[in-house]
Design a protein around this ligand. Structure first.
Ligand code: PLP
Length: 418
């Protein structure tokens, strides 16, 4: 990503900030200091988030929206404050546009069932890019089978980017949804959501943006992006697992139907029938993951305090450093666009060594990377490969760690080439 206009960072701060992450600074793997380069899978948690969750169970545990007692009231307020924080974090227009979900997978399924199932029919078309995570493909296959709507593939270029002309060719009056990841979890590609929304909206289609890999690494401004649906995953923004959020543009509310049925989401229930509250309550049946909401609240405070622009700038500096280290290793091919069009995620293969073997040797050195298809089999097919090895960085990583990773990668290559 281009970061030239961003404020200058105090590097010393990031050295200090690293100490906020107990798992990062204290973990030894087979006697070696852990180097965690698998941040696209999940991020580690700062002490304040761990403390917030402990504190919740020690002092705050109750059930939100369920009583007139002090604890319940306080917790309900805290949950609503968290919704407000997410609204600010994403620069949404209205707090009620934010729905709590278990994460991005659940958020996309929610859109598929609560919007797609009710609003799509035979002859309608859903455009899905070739770089989507399975969580943004499989729910649409299910909905396609249920409604008869057709899936159309938006092919990607050799450098792992989307050509807007290809989207223009696919869009037509039958297109009802364009569903595209903001940042690819394999290539790091940052897609041009603003322009994608403009093109889709011109044809009367809506846009879902999977923000799982963007929302922890760059500033999100939904009013600027223009998406009709946008997802975030708490565990990729330094918060707990089991919590995330779905943004639904207010103009979509009258097309949205219940997802789960149960407590809290109703206005009135008789044995014969029930009717429902408005969004977001309508979509939050049952007891929500309350400790996780409290943890996410603390994570958003933490990240906001460091300042997302600082985070982006530092991660891109680390990314440029890592890119140089990886590309110097003999036989390595890196997938994805140039650094100015991506985040600090690097997928690579070696012309003779399987990605799983690379990851296994690195693990012996205490270095955690990911190898596999990354839940993106169509993308793997696009490049004619089964799997890649993937390094994904966070602001708590250091150049020293990347150097150690480079040495270990060289060692892995010479080990297998013997
Ligand atoms: N979309 C992308 C691009 C992802 O990288 C992931 C997880 O890796 C998901 C969706 C699934 O997110 P969650 O774990 O919140 O369900």
């Amino acid at each position: 990503m281009k970061t030239s206009k961003l404020p200058s960072i105090k590097k010393a701060d990031f050295k200090k900030i690293r100490n906020d992450f107990p798992l990062i600074v204290n973990t030894l793997v087979r006697g070696k200091k852990l180097i965690y380069l698998n941040n696209a899978a999940t991020t580690q948690k700062p002490q304040v988030v761990i403390d917030a969750i402990n504190n919740y169970y020690e002092k705050e545990n109750s059930n939100a929206n369920r009583g007139a007692d002090y604890l319940s009231e306080q917790l309900t307020i805290k949950c609503e404050q968290t919704r407000q924080k997410i609204k600010l974090y994403l620069n949404a227009r209205f707090t009620e546009e934010i729905v709590f979900t278990r994460g991005t997978t659940e958020a996309i399924n929610l859109v598929a069932y609560s919007w797609g199932f009710y609003n799509l029919k035979k002859g309608d078309e859903i455009i899905i890019s070739e770089m989507e995570h399975h969580s943004n493909i499989v729910p649409w296959h299910i909905i396609s089978r249920l409604t008869g709507a057709k899936i159309r593939k938006l092919a990607i270029e050799n450098d792992g980017t989307i050509k807007l002309d290809n989207l223009k060719k696919l869009l037509n009056k039958n297109t009802k949804l364009v569903t595209i990841v903001h940042v690819s979890n394999v290539l790091g590609t940052v897609n041009n959501i603003r322009e994608i929304c403009d093109l889709a909206h011109e044809q009367g289609a809506y846009v879902l943006t999977d923000g799982a890999q963007s929302s922890g690494h760059m500033k999100i401004d939904l009013q600027e992006l223009g998406s009709d649906f946008f997802t975030i995953s708490g565990h990729k923004v330094y918060g707990p697992t089991g919590i995330g959020a779905l943004y639904i543009k207010k103009e979509m509310f009258d097309q949205i139907h219940p997802f789960h049925g149960g407590g809290h989401m109703i206005k009135k229930v008789t044995i014969e029938d029930s009717n429902y509250k408005d969004v977001p309550d309508m979509l939050e049946a049952g007891t929500m993951p309350l400790a996780e909401i409290v943890g996410l609240s603390s994570a958003l405070d933490y990240v906001t305090d460091i300042d997302m622009e600082n985070i982006t700038k530092w991660e891109m500096e680390l990314g440029a450093y890592a890119y140089d280290v990886i590309r110097k290793v003999r036989g390595i091919k890196i997938y994805g666009p140039s650094l100015d069009k991506k985040t600090a995620i690097f997928s690579f293969t070696h012309d003779e060594i399987h990605p799983h073997d690379i990851a296994t040797v690195l693990d012996y050195e205490g270095i955690a990377i990911r190898a596999g298809h990354h839940c993106t089999q169509p993308l793997m097919n696009r490049f004619g490969i089964q799997a890649t090895a993937r390094v994904s960085l966070s602001f708590y990583n250091t150049k020293e760690e990347i150097d150690r990773f480079g040495v270990a990668l060289e060692k892995a290559v010479s080990f297998f080439k013997k």
